[in-house]
Design a protein around this ligand. Structure first.
Ligand SMILES: Nc1ncnc2c1ncn2[C@@H]1O[C@H](COP(=O)(O)OP(=O)(O)OP(=O)(O)O)[C@@H](O)[C@H]1O
Ligand SMILES: [Mg+2]
Length: 222
């Protein structure tokens, strides 16, 4: 498919870029915190469902280490950084998804923001051929964070969703204050944690098959 820079694609046009076939297809959506990855993944799933192509969202977020583990490692303050995830389990489950025939169940954990912990088997992938895997670190190499390089090999394609820094900042500040932090705490979390992670993630952008930024109801190709 021809890709023209600055072209704005609808979610339906993006869905059409996912090839037809019988084998399971894993599409990654990488990008910085607050870029809109979860939103795009859900929109794609809904669009694919309408087109008679069952799809499911399998977020990377469910592989957060539990708070008890982070506390024991004195890493609670760094929650969200690459080494605060169980990347080995994530890679193993991606491989399991690829190896399991469509129609057989594969449980997938979800992250529950209300309790700030993962929930095992939050979603069961079964009849969906297309799996949209979304998360921050899908395109990292081991030089950036040990263990993460194996993720890309388990994905059939990986897109990168970007957003301007001021947009990310505003969304993240809003999320953290809505989640109960004071404006000062929210601001510190954004500068000390989220935007530092965003810098690491930005270094992996060039590895994406497609780079997108939201534009109205659509997504602009970069
Ligand atoms: N295309 C869009 N246009 C306008 N607002 C959007 C768009 N996509 C997402 N948003 C808003 O941006 C915020 C962050 O979106 P979302 O939770 O999907 O980001 P994310 O990349 O999954 O973040 P995280 O990495 O932290 O999970 C939400 O408030 C969402 O409503
Ligand atoms: Mg998300």
């Amino acid at each position: 498919m021809v890709t023209r820079a600055n072209e704005v694609l609808s979610v339906s046009e993006l869905a059409q870029r996912i090839p037809a076939g019988d084998e399971r297809f894993l599409l990654g959506i990488a990008g910085p915190p607050g870029a809109g990855k979860s939103t795009l993944a859900q929109r794609l799933r809904d669009e694919l469902a309408e087109a008679g192509r069952p799809a499911v969202v399998a977020p990377m977020d469910g592989y957060h280490l539990r708070n008890q583990v982070l506390l024991a490692r004195n890493a609670m303050g760094r929650k969200g950084e690459p080494d605060t995830f169980d990347v080995a389990a994530f890679v193993a489950d991606l491989r399991l998804l690829r190896e399991t025939p469509v129609g057989s169940p594969v449980p997938w954990p979800l992250f529950d923001r209300a309790i700030d912990e993962p929930t095992d088997g939050g979603v069961i992938v079964r009849d969906e051929r297309i799996v949209v895997v979304e998360g921050n670190y899908l395109l990292l190499t081991d030089a950036e964070a040990p263990g993460w390089a194996e993720v890309r090999g388990q994905l059939d394609a990986c897109w990168y969703l970007d957003a301007p820094r001021p947009v990310l900042t505003e969304r993240l500040l809003h999320r953290h204050t809505a989640g109960g932090r004071t404006p000062e705490q929210a601001s510190r979390k954004v500068t000390d944690s989220d935007l530092r992670n965003a810098d690491l993630i930005a270094a992996s952008r060039h590895r994406a098959d497609l780079v997108l930024t939201a534009a109205g109801r659509g997504y602009r190709l970069n």
